[in-house]
Design a protein around this ligand. Structure first.
Ligand code: ZN
Length: 258
């Protein structure tokens, strides 16, 4: 049985003009399990230039992958140092929003939400890892263990953060639609993911040390150009570009709801 549902069209533009672009060994990844394929195949869409894996995991494969939690994804992990790492991310949002509901999707160790609270935001967490959600609820923070495409919050969020999340999502457009629906007018999106459009990306690819081709949890390698076009298509206006201090090769973008 296959471990992935195969994309029959580009998950961003729906085009069918795509072909194999790269492949990588993922058998050394922490979350790899021998029941999964040891090779990740990447496609390039010739219509919109998006780069994506040949398929996304079945529920059974997800269960295998989600059965392990990285230590850095446990709620409260390295809480003091992570506060210092999270503060610059909150500060990027401040010119656009100073308070209100802040929803972090894929909150992991919770640090960004804890820090946003210190700045005066009301935190809401969403994560697919049950133990993370339970830990969050136990410390009194509103949290949901569900796909945000099924979430309808009231009141809506002033800020939504997706820190290294979108590249894990099989269909990013449905995901961004749900973010848009759950956001106040003029709300702020803070989004990060690896940026494939940089010299350092090409350099690491050329030397065979780019970690993202073998990243078992990712289905997409976004370029800045493709992500900006996607955000605009989904009703967000990119306001500022930045480099992530937390993730390798990462870009961190602030956008506002149109
Ligand atoms: Zn495409």
């Amino acid at each position: 049985m296959s471990d992935r549902h195969i994309y029959d069209k580009c998950p961003l533009c729906g085009g069918q003009n795509f072909k194999k672009f790269n492949e990588a060994d993922c058998s050394g990844h922490d979350l790899y399990h021998p029941s999964l394929s040891p090779v990740i195949t990447w496609n390039l869409c010739s219509d919109c230039r998006h780069v994506f894996t040949d398929g996304y995991f079945t529920d059974a494969s997800n269960e295998i992958i989600f059965s392990k939690t990285h230590p850095h994804q446990s709620v409260g992990h390295d809480i003091e140092n992570n506060r210092t790492r999270s503060a610059p991310m909150v500060e990027k949002v401040l010119p656009f929003a100073k308070d209100g509901v802040w929803m972090d999707v894929g909150f992991g160790n919770g640090s960004l939400l804890f820090t946003a609270m210190e700045f005066g935001f009301k935190p809401i967490g969403v994560d697919l890892r049950k133990d993370c959600v339970e830990a969050m609820i136990q410390i009194g923070i509103e949290a949901y263990c569900q796909d945000i495409t099924t979430l309808d919050l009231s009141p809506k969020c002033r800020v939504v953060s997706l820190m290294d999340v979108l590249e894990h999502v099989p269909f990013p457009k449905d995901f961004l639609k749900a973010v848009h629906r759950n956001m106040e007018d003029g709300g702020v999106l803070l989004i990060s993911c690896p940026n494939s459009e940089s010299l350092v990306w090409d350099y690491l690819t050329g030397s065979g040390t780019n970690p993202y081709w073998g990243e078992i949890e990712h289905f997409h390698n976004f370029s800045r150009t493709r992500l900006y076009a996607l955000l605009e298509e989904m009703g967000f206006k990119p306001q500022r570009f930045g480099v992530s201090q937390r993730y390798r090769l990462g870009m961190e973008i602030v956008a506002t709801k149109i």
